[in-house]
Design a protein around this ligand. Structure first.
Ligand code: SAM
Length: 367
């Protein structure tokens, strides 16, 4: 039965509502203790994926396994293919695979590598029943100072989700150290939607002439130094809490280092190819650049000129009249939306875990 526009049922106990992000935990304890698992919009994801016994689910962003664990608990005889580009996440998936023999198949790789990984396992296009893509970083990544994602904890300016898997892949310190001022400003504008991109890029270039910027706190100070002291925390997040002026710079660098928008696009195309007709897709995103991309993809825009899309985010309105394969139900030849409007977390969920406050869920059925 089609669930278009239907509200999610309240299927979960209160304790399981919340965000996918872990609370503050060091990596070592994440591996040795049972991690807290409060996935973002869990109730809504379970509702829209509507997983049935015997089905094959693809969790493209295993992370701490919060969503996967709940799917395994709720549905018998389900098989979960658990992808993540982060070897730490895959260690957790391997642990879970031992506990649920045969039901979890860990896959180390990126969205852009997924189809090749599945072809090696003889999993054919059009054979998956449900796909979840919960974009962005996990708290395991954010809270571990050594990973270099955090603005508030000092650590090496790294930000590579793949960890050491690709030693030649530039980390955030390499980007900050080597790109010219104009390129840095473009990254901050395109991926951070930072209004003061040129000012910040100029401050970075000046500072690195004196000392290379290798630490997260060092970068935060350089960015802060380009603003008057009075405005350091003048920006507010969606909960009206003070946000550091370097927040957008960190977001922009992280997206650039991990090529996150191209990866998201590759992930959506993989989902389209892997889902069977009638299969379900849930995508959770955490900022407007990602959500715009998902929305347009589900409306039928193949986004083949993604480079232009990246570097002119403000021009996106211009493309609205040109959507390909647009259907009157708001979907496309490939997708039927299960809910026309974007789904956001309930107020209580945001209160329980503010990190999930900007989450947006889109759910669609593969035609
Ligand atoms: C928000 S977390 C997922 C949390 C998970 N749903 C849970 O409940 O624990 C996102 C995860 O996706 C992974 N990821 C992000 N981009 C990826 C990509 N392009 N390919 C594979 N994994 C990716 C990250 O390494 C991270 O572990």
């Amino acid at each position: 039965m089609l669930l278009l526009e239907e509200e999610p049922r309240s299927v979960l106990p209160r304790s399981l509502k919340g965000s996918c992000f872990f609370q503050s935990e060091e990596l070592s304890s994440v591996l040795t203790q049972k991690p807290p698992h409060t996935p973002v919009m869990l109730k809504e994801v379970l509702h829209y994926l509507d997983v049935q016994p015997g089905q094959v689910v693809l969790d493209m962003t295993f992370g701490g396994g919060g969503h996967t664990k709940e799917i395994l608990n709720m549905v018998h005889e389900v098989t979960v293919l658990a992808l993540d580009r982060d070897p730490t996440a895959i260690s957790l998936a391997q642990q879970l695979a031992k506990e649920h023999s045969g039901r979890v198949k860990p896959l180390l790789g990126r969205f852009s590598e997924l189809e090749a990984l599945l072809a090696d396992m003889n999993i054919k296009p059009g054979s998956i029943d449900a796909v979840l893509l919960d974009a962005g970083c996990s708290s395991m990544q954010m809270d571990e100072a050594q990973r270099g994602f955090s603005l508030s904890k000092d650590g090496p300016l790294d930000m590579r989700m793949d960890g050491e898997r690709y030693p030649d892949m530039p980390c955030a310190a390499d980007v900050v150290d080597t790109l010219d001022q104009q390129a840095l400003a473009s990254i901050l504008t395109a991926y951070g939607e930072e209004r003061h991109a040129r000012k910040i890029a100029s401050a970075i270039v000046k500072a690195r002439r004196v000392n290379p910027i290798t630490q997260t706190q060092q970068l935060a100070s350089v960015v802060a130094g380009s603003f008057p002291a009075a405005v350091l925390y003048a920006r507010k997040d969606r909960l009206q809490r003070p946000a550091h002026v370097a927040t957008k710079t960190f977001q922009a660098l992280r997206i650039f280092v991990n090529d996150e928008l191209n990866e998201l696009h590759a992930g959506l195309r993989a989902a389209r190819s892997l889902l069977r007709p009638g299969g379900r897709l849930c995508v959770i995103t955490f900022h407007s650049l990602e959500d715009r991309l998902v929305k347009r993809f589900l409306q039928g825009d193949d986004l083949s000129n993604l480079d232009q899309y990246h570097f002119s985010p403000r021009k996106q309105g211009a493309g609205k009249g040109k959507l390909l394969d647009e259907k009157r139900d708001g979907g496309s030849v490939d997708w039927l939306p299960l809910r026309r409007k974007v789904i956001t977390p309930e107020k209580d969920d945001v209160k329980d875990n503010p990190r999930g406050r900007s989450a947006k869920l889109r759910a669609a059925l593969r035609r």
